[in-house]
Design a protein around this ligand. Structure first.
Ligand code: HEC
Length: 134
C-alpha cells in the first residue's frame, strides 16, 4: 500500500512559492521560523548527511528538539559532543548552528548556518518532526 500524501506535496509547493516570494523581494515575516522554508533549507544543506530515517554520515535529526546531545546509541558521536552535556532546546540549536565548533570544540559537525532567519526556519522544521511516525 502506498498512500498518496497530498499534504506533503502542498507543503513542498508552498515552500517553493515562499522561496520565490522571498527572491522577488516580497517581505517575509522572519520574526518566527517557518517550517516550510526550513524544510527547503534542510533539503539543501543538511539531508546529505542527516537522513531522517536510518543512519547516514550524521545522526538522525528526527526528534532532535528536546533531545540530549549525542544520545542516539546507533551513531558514533565524537567524544567532544558526548561530553558536552547539552540538551537541544531551540536556543541551543540556534547557538550550535551559528558555530558548531565554537559551542562544542572538537565536534565533527561541519555545517554553519550564518543567516538567523534560516536558523529559525530550520529549527521550526526540526520541531515539526515527531520522533516516531510521521
Ligand atoms: C557533512 C556532513 C554534515 C552536514 C552537511 C550537516 N551535519 Fe549536522 N552533524 C554531522 C555529524 C558528523 C554530526 C555528529 C557530530 C559529532 O559527533 O561531534 C552532526 C551532528 C549534528 C547535530 C547534533 C545531533 C545529536 O544527536 O546530538 C545537529 C543538531 C546537527 N548536526 C544539525 C545539522 C543541521 C541542521 C544541518 C544543516 C544545516 C547539518 N547538521 C548539516 C554532519 C553533518
Amino acid at each position: 500500500m502506498r498512500p498518496l500524501r497530498p499534504a506533503r506535496t502542498i507543503a513542498l509547493l508552498s515552500a517553493a512559492l515562499c522561496a520565490l516570494a522571498t527572491a522577488s523581494g516580497v517581505a517575509a515575516d522572519s520574526s518566527q521560523g517557518s517550517a516550510e522554508r526550513g524544510e527547503a533549507v534542510y533539503q539543501d544543506r543538511c539531508v546529505m548527511c542527516h537522513q531522517l530515517y536510518g543512519a547516514g554520515q550524521g545522526p538522525s535529526l528526527k526528534g532532535v528538539v528536546g533531545r540530549p546531545a549525542a544520545s542516539l546509541p546507533e551513531f558514533p558521536y565524537t567524544a567532544a559532543l558526548k561530553a558536552s552535556g547539552l540538551v537541544w532546546s531551540a536556543s541551543r540549536l540556534d547557538a550550535f548552528l551559528s558555530g558548531p565548533a565554537e559551542l562544542v570544540p572538537g565536534t565533527a559537525m561541519p555545517m554553519t548556518v550564518q543567516d538567523a532567519s534560516d536558523r529559525a526556519d530550520l529549527i521550526a522544521y526540526l520541531a515539526s518532526l515527531r520522533p516516531d511516525g510521521r
